[in-house]
Design a protein around this ligand. Structure first.
Ligand code: SF4
Ligand code: SF4
Length: 470
């Protein structure tokens, strides 16, 4: 195992909490390097997508909508509703298995590269902080300095900018929930006309502002359930950001005057700790607080370049890779998760590809027998449930197929609005001559705008023994 420090007390406390239980504010050094540059590019792409996606419409319909309140979702312009619950349940299970598999293989790579919390914190808010208050040493000095006009100006500028960005982010998130058209209405109309919307916007903004200005890395170390799961998901073969203790230890300060053949490559410069946004020392081994931000890799690589040693003292590797110098291997555990994931995804894909635009159910009304309409005619009552899942209105017609008889709708015409669910009833009247059995099989065709949607097979309960013609 990558346990290298003699003092194991770091396992007993959080890097961001003092001995007295108070919050220890982290002032991370400004990161730089090839991984940081790559993360900037990925962040720009992801944030651009996040901001632009609510504005994208396909044939007048949003590309994405996550209306949790009304349980209406649009994914890639396909509408999904409460009737698609089984698809959501399956997609959720697939997502959980995917996260487990991804974490078992790649550790917390999602946290460092794609998590909105890390991206906004490190790539937006932290950058603004560096821009206004300077690098970590300037920030420490500023926070310890008395409240001069310069300090008030800097702090006010920072917090106002933070709030404005938090307000912007909350608008974007709201656009995913209520749709961009509704959001524009709220933004452009006086607040009194959309009190609920305006209030939710303020609450969202306040929460985002508090998270990014104050709570910060505590989200990852104390709140995020994914972070808490690392202990059970990671193993010796997971790729994590790790310090190569075999190469680095025993650590010691670089002294050019003395030969230091007994020392490892770590010159104990502390830079990997200085840049860490969660305040940990990666040289202690894998820790719950590490969000895989890669800042320590860049910092250490720069040091290795300076002292003419190979890069990668801190790198992406598995613990087994570091200890045994072996390459990544696909373990039976990974194979097991992969098999489960492929199975779930296959079922989900089948259900998605065979998903119809209408959901139609016809059932003879439970608890009712046949009704005698006249000497030669008998009727049954049926329940009809129909859901129009499309964006278009649908005019539904029913046709009795295989038998002579009459089908009468009870109630209004079946003109369904887009995504409307309608429960209706109809009466099926058969002449005595058509009733051949106690359960006469019948087929009903359902049309929308003259297009055949479905043929439903059901049965007609008839008076066979006493009044029928058998
Ligand atoms: S940056 Fe590299 S050399 Fe410096 S303390 Fe960290 S591991 Fe050691
Ligand atoms: S240990 Fe390294 S990768 Fe992990 S959070 Fe700290 S700086 Fe980022």
């Amino acid at each position: 195992m990558n346990e290298i420090k003699t003092d194991e007390s770091f396992r007993d406390h959080l890097a961001t909490v003092t001995e007295e239980g108070k919050r220890k504010w982290i002032y991370p050094k400004k990161p730089s390097g090839r991984f940081y540059n790559a993360r900037i590019i990925v962040s720009i792409l992801l944030v651009s997508f996040l901001v632009i996606a609510p504005f994208i419409k396909v044939n007048g319909h949003p590309l994405l909508l996550l209306d949790f309140l009304n349980r209406n979702f649009i994914l890639f312009s396909i509408p999904f509703g409460p009737y698609d619950f089984h698809l959501f349940a399956l997609a959720l299970i697939a997502l959980v298995v995917f996260i487990i598999l991804f974490t078992v293989v790649f550790g917390r790579v999602f946290c460092g590269w794609a998590c909105p919390q890390t991206i906004f914190m490190e790539m937006v808010f932290r950058k603004i902080e560096y821009w206004i208050e300077g690098d970590f040493k300037d920030q420490i000095k500023l926070s310890q300095a008395p409240w001069t006009s310069s300090k008030i100006f800097k702090k006010a500028l920072k917090h106002i900018t933070f709030f404005l960005i938090a307000f912007f982010i909350s608008n974007i998130f709201l656009a995913y929930i209520i749709g961009i058209d509704e959001l524009i209405k709220i933004v452009t109309a006086p607040p009194s006309k959309h009190l609920a919307g305006f209030f939710s916007m303020l609450v969202f903004s306040a929460i985002f502002y508090w998270i990014f200005s104050s709570f910060r890395e505590q989200v990852c170390t104390l709140v995020c359930p994914y972070g808490r799961l690392q202990g059970v998901l990671l193993d010796q073969d997971s790729i994590v950001i790790a310090y190569d203790n075999i190469r680095g230890e025993p650590r010691g300060k670089l002294k050019k005057s003395e030969p230091q053949t007994h020392l490892g490559d770590c010159i104990d410069c502390h830079l990997c700790v200085d840049v860490c946004p969660t305040g940990i020392d990666i040289r202690n081994g894998i820790q719950l607080e590490c969000v895989n931000c890669t800042a320590c890799i860049d910092a250490c690589d720069a040091v290795m370049d300076k002292i003419d040693r190979p890069r990668g003292l801190i790198r992406y590797d598995s613990l087994r890779g570091i200890e045994k110098k072996v390459k990544f291997r696909f373990t039976p555990r990974m194979a097991g998760y992969s098999t489960v994931l492929v199975l779930i995804l296959s079922v989900l894909s089948y259900l998605l590809f065979t998903r119809s635009d209408f959901s139609i159910n016809i059932l003879r009304t439970p608890g009712l027998l046949y009704q005698k309409q006249s000497e030669n005619k008998f009727s049954n009552i049926y329940d009809l449930n129909i859901i129009n899942k499309t964006y278009n209105p649908a005019s539904i017609k029913l046709n009795l197929n295989n038998i002579e008889g009459e089908l009468k709708l009870l109630g209004n015409e079946l003109n369904l609005k887009p995504q409307e669910k309608r429960d209706s009833k109809f009466l099926l009247i058969l002449p005595k001559s058509s009733i051949t059995n106690m359960n006469t099989p019948i087929t009903i065709s359902i049309y929308s705008n003259d297009k055949l949607l479905k043929e439903v097979k059901t049965s007609f309960l008839g008076p066979v023994s006493e009044e029928g013609n058998n």
